[in-house]
Structure formats: C-alpha cells, structure tokens
Ligand binder design. Structure first.
Ligand code: PLP
Length: 428
C-alpha cells in the first residue's frame, strides 16, 4: 500500500466523510510560509494551517526553545507542580492582556479554554450566591470550538445543528453588523427576556471567523460592555482567532477601548508550533471564585501548561515583541485590498472584504471541487474554501510577493464557474 492508501484505510480526517473523501496532500516538511509535499512540490500556506502559523513554519527561534526545553523537562502534572516556562509565560501574558486581567489558566486547546472561561463565568455567579445565573449569551454567526459547550455557544444555525439534542440551550443576540444600535437592542432584548439567568456574554471581538467570516464595528464591543455592566453579567472576549495581530492590533478588542472580564487566547500563541491556549481572568473574577464555596476552580487537563508548549509560546512572544507586526499586517491589508477590490460586482461574488491579514470573498456558490484543486496546484497556493467563503489568512510574515501570489490564486478561484451546491461541506 502507498502511504496515501494507508491514510485512507486507517485515518479519519476532520470534517470529512470516509465515503468519497476529499483528497489529502502528504506533507513532508515545511519552512517559512511554505509546505513541502511528498512529491517535492511546495505550496504557500495561505491558511496559516488554520490561522495559527503567525511567524512561518518551523521558526528557528521557536524550534530552539522547544529543543532546549525538551532536554530539561517535557512534561509534569500541573497539580502540585510549577515550572519555569509556565511562570514566564503567565507573567508575559498578564502583561500583554488588558489591565486587570492577570490570572492565567492554561488549557490544551482553544475549545478547552472557552469551556474554562464559561465555567469561570458560571462559578463566579455561584460564588456571589446566584447559581441561577448559569446561561451565556453568544452571538449569531459566532464560533467558539467543537466541544459540546463550545458548540452550544456557536451559531445556532451553523455547522453543529446535528448535535442540538445534546446541547445545553444558551441565548443568542443578532449577528453584529454595521447597525450598532440594532445589535445593542437585540442584546438588550435577550437580557430583558431572561432576567437573572445570564452569567456572561461571549463573542469573537471584531472578527467572527469560522462560522461567518464577518468583520463588525468595535462599537458593538462597547455596547456589549455597557449592557453587561448594567445587568451584572461578565464579558468574555474569545481572541483565539483574532488575537496576536490578525486584525491589526495585538488584540482585536483594542480597537474598542473596552476590556473583557475574561479573555481566551490560543492558535497563534505558540506561533502554530504546538497546541496551547489559555483563559485569562480578571483579579475580580478569580478573587470572587476563590472566596466562594467551593473556592477551588474545578478544571485541570492532563497536559495543562505543558512545558514544551509554554516554551514555544514564550519564544513566539519574543518574535511578536521583536518586530512591528502591526505594520506587517497593515501592509498585507493594503495589498489584499488593492488586488482584490476589482472582484467586487462580478458574477457569483456577493462581497469582498479585508481586515488586517484576512481576506474574504463571499460567493453565491463555491466553485466545483476540481476547480479548487486546479487553482491550488497551478498557483502553488494552499486554500481551503468552505461554506460560501473563499478566503486567505496567511502567516503574518508573508512578504509582498507571497501576498500578491495568494491574491492571484483567490481571484482565479473566485472567477471560476460556480459548482453544484455542496452537501455536507459546510465547514472548513
Ligand atoms: C479555533 C477557534 C476555537 C477553538 O480552538 P481549538 O484549538 O480548535 O479547540 C475557539 N474559538 C475561536 C474563535 C476559534 O477560532
């Protein structure tokens, strides 16, 4: 059997059927913005491997930090122990997080950090003597992960509808758009309809990624902060996709001037080298939970604060500190805007939008699978369109030539014949 035949026989890939599975490409190595395939061809990773490879693949500084750490300590349980990489990383995250958020709870993936943030919000109200405040409000069009609580907080009509039966019911405000007062009214309505039930509001600040590819005004965050304060609810910003300069500033919510009570980070935290995430809580949230009954926060993943991952994250933060990533992203934004705006108004194209290092072309129908494959192979650019979106979120270190090459591939794909409506190919 060839390697790909073995793959087909034994592996289940994400968001894929085993019957007539979509093709997978065999990657042997990677360097910079490029993936090297088994047949020697290279593809530009225009998706940053699901948005996490901020500094490019196999960055020597991160590799070296992981190598050095691996010689000392690869893992130790975090209950009853601590270690240098976790201590350094927590201090640095607290410094980078908005003022007041300085309690770092490490998690092993983004979804788990969202689960942790939601549990913190609920336990906060239990500690205040209000256990009936156990619901969250999320936004239509949002995405917070694939575990069951995360699914229950993601767009109710999105990719997870199949599992409604096991999902706890939470509440939803309208998808945020340019109509800020309309959005605020929809959130106020949810609070009015469910007095005393709501622990927190959660959102992806400014950029709703995996479900809607929607950019929305930072003023919506201000409204969320105001409405939460008026109703005694906490505010959670899920910066897992939008954080680390993806939309321009370090955190997407910095555009708004308001801060959350809990923030989740993940994806680019380790520069996309190994999995790690965190929920960062304010001293008020952490202090309230700790003086309540029970006073312990009941969560603790096996690989919590894995030392190799923390070392990678510290090295990734070095890189973010050493160069002007906001300027890099502004440059990518300009190039994408200039090169993709001619697509506006073409047949099959509903919208073209760019924010920071993310470019989205919303189409009526995606091109056929064979056209997607053709564009990937002929341009040497890895793209993974889903639902109605042809998009790129390249590594933040992509140079001008790389960005233009990605833009050409996007344009070529957007101009291809619309394919038959795909079945079951909703997500990523
Ligand atoms: C990807 C993502 C998650 C889930 O992170 P995983 O590491 O895939 O579990 C949560 N929230 C947002 C906004 C994301 O983009």
């Amino acid at each position: 059997m060839t390697a790909l035949e073995y793959d087909r026989s034994f592996i289940w890939h994400p968001y894929a059927s085993l019957k007539d599975p979509p093709p997978v490409r065999h990657v042997k190595s990677a360097h910079g913005v490029n993936l090297v395939l088994a047949d020697g061809r290279e593809l530009v990773d225009a998706v940053s491997s699901w948005w996490c490879v901020a500094h490019g693949h196999n960055h020597p500084h991160i590799i070296e930090a992981m190598r050095r750490q691996s010689e000392r300590l690869c893992h130790v349980m975090f209950g009853g122990f601590t270690h240098d990489p976790a201590i350094e990383l927590a201090g640095r995250l607290a410094e980078l997080a908005p003022r007041g958020l300085n309690r770092v709870f490490f998690a092993d993936s983004g979804s788990i950090s969202v689960e942790v943030a939601a549990k913190m919000a609920i336990q906060y109200h239990v500690s205040l003597g209000c256990p009936e405040r156990c619901k969250l409000v999320a936004l239509k069009g949002g995405y917070h992960g694939d575990t069951s609580l995360c699914m229950a907080l993601s767009d109710p009509d999105g990719m997870h509808t199949l599992f409604r039966g096991i999902m706890t019911r939470h509440f939803f405000a309208e998808k945020p758009t340019g109509d800020v007062p309309g959005f605020a009214r929809s959130l106020e309505r949810v609070f009015a309809e469910h007095p005393g039930e709501i622990a927190a509001v959660i959102c992806e600040p400014v950029f709703q990624a995996a479900n809607a590819m929607n950019f929305y005004p930072p003023e919506c965050l201000k409204e969320m902060r105001r409405i939460c304060d008026e109703n005694g609810a906490l505010l959670v910003f899920d910066e897992i996709a939008a954080g680390f300069f993806r939309t321009g500033p370090l955190w997407a919510h910095l555009r708004s001037g308001v801060a959350p009570d809990i923030m989740t980070v993940g994806k680019a935290l380790t520069g996309g080298h190994v999995t790690l995430a965190a929920a960062i809580a304010s001293e008020r949230v952490a202090g309230t939970i700790s003086s309540g009954s029970p006073s312990a926060f009941m969560h603790g993943p096996t690989y919590m604060a894995n030392p190799l991952a923390c070392a990678a994250a510290c090295a990734s933060l070095d890189l973010f500190a050493d160069a002007d990533y906001a300027a890099r992203v502004a440059r990518i934004e300009r190039l994408f805007k200039d090169s993709l705006s001619p697509l506006k108004g073409l047949r099959n194209i509903k919208d073209v939008r760019v924010l920071g290092a993310s470019a989205v072309i919303e189409v009526e129908h995606l091109p056929a699978r064979c056209d997607i494959e053709r564009v990937i192979d002929s341009h040497g650019v890895w793209l993974r369109p889903f639902a109605n979106f042809i998009y790129a979120m390249p590594p933040l270190v992509s140079g001008d030539a790389t960005v233009l090459r990605i833009a050409e591939a996007l344009s070529d794909l957007a101009k291809s014949e619309p394919g038959p409506a795909a079945d079951g190919d909703f997500h990523e």
